[in-house]
Design a binder for this molecule. Structure first.
Ligand code: ADP
Ligand code: MG
Length: 292
């Protein structure tokens, strides 16, 4: 699995990969009989925007646990609090009350620097319209989280190149976002979300700006990528079909969860290019095989 391979790889070469000490084995919620513990837990979350007479109660008491490797679809009408929940879960926004814990650690008790490190190393994000940097080619956009984490540039580029290749974008590495189709740009965004080998991928209506067929392909790529890498996926979607890919669908209304449905997610048919073999040991410090 690429998560394991990349993790071992980063640790072996002793670069400054911000990995916390021993992790429990990665599991999938759809592996029968495999116990899955929550990695992320939200308790009694509220979030109120604004002050005094102009308040919006975006979250009004949300409890949610995200298991390792689990896939969760969040549905609900516009304004029901989906994006706010995603941002609070990811530590981007502080809740007004309630707690979010990552492997038992309260996000609110972490320093800003630790929360940032957590977001960079353990979380990946895909937004509705990619939010790629328009002046950077696809390769550098995909490598961005690794570059920000201070990882050796050539290694970062190789990991990004591999991830793009896996998502069917080989040959497009030097194109800027404006030179890509909407579906291709979203795949670059997925590559960027996956490149740091995250434990949880948050996706906010990742296919919302795409036509139906392209959206379907992008969603499949996202689901397959998360599955292959053992990452949990928390995806906001309006598409009930997308929810079928997920083990659990939660529906929100007025800032709370009003319905939870669990299902056996349809096992992804893997269409992605399998992970490449690890590079030769003598490449570290100057990764070879980066150019294809
Ligand atoms: P959804 O993603 O389900 O459409 P949001 O979480 O974006 O819902 O918004 C929930 C509610 O909070 C809405 O009423 C929205 O207008 C309000 N809201 C969201 N962000 C802000 C903000 N930054 N300031 C004030 N109100 C906000
Ligand atoms: Mg939203």
């Amino acid at each position: 699995m690429c998560a394991v391979a990349i993790r071992g790889w980063l640790e072996d070469v002793n670069i400054s990969a911000p990995r916390p000490a021993p992790q429990p084995p990665l599991t999938h919620s759809n592996d029968p009989g495999v116990p899955v513990g929550p990695v992320l837990r939200a308790s009694a979350l509220t979030k109120t925007y604004g002050v005094a007479h102009a308040q919006t109660h975006a979250l009004t008491g949300v409890d949610l646990a995200v298991g390792a490797g689990e896939s969760i679809a969040i549905m609900g009408h516009s304004g029901s609090g989906k994006t706010t929940l995603l941002h609070v879960l990811a530590g981007v926004l502080a809740p007004t009350s309630g707690t979010v814990t990552w492997r038992g650690r309260d996000l609110a008790a972490m320093s800003d620097a630790d929360r940032t490190k957590l977001r960079r190393s353990e979380f990946g994000f895909v937004f509705q319209s990619g939010q790629l940097l328009p002046e950077l080619p696809a390769l550098e956009n995909a490598a961005l989280p690794l570059l920000l984490a201070g990882i050796d540039r050539s290694l970062a580029m190789q990991l990004a190149r591999d991830q793009l290749g896996r998502l069917g974008l080989a040959g497009l590495e030097q194109r800027r976002p404006g030179e890509l189709s909407g579906g291709q740009a979203q795949r670059v965004a997925i590559a960027r979300a996956l490149v740091s080998d995250p434990e949880v991928i948050f996706a906010d209506e990742p296919t919302g700006a795409l036509d139906q067929a392209t959206g379907w392909e992008v969603m499949r790529a996202l689901k397959e990528s998360a599955y292959i890498c053992g990452a949990a996926l928390v995806v906001v979607t309006h598409n009930p079909e997308v929810a079928h890919w997920c083990a659990r669908t939660i529906t929100m209304a007025d800032g709370r969860i009003t319905h939870v449905a669990t299902q056996q997610p349809s096992t992804p048919e893997l269409h992605l290019v399998p992970p490449p073999p690890p590079p030769m040991p003598n490449v570290f410090g100057g990764v070879s095989g980066a150019a294809r």
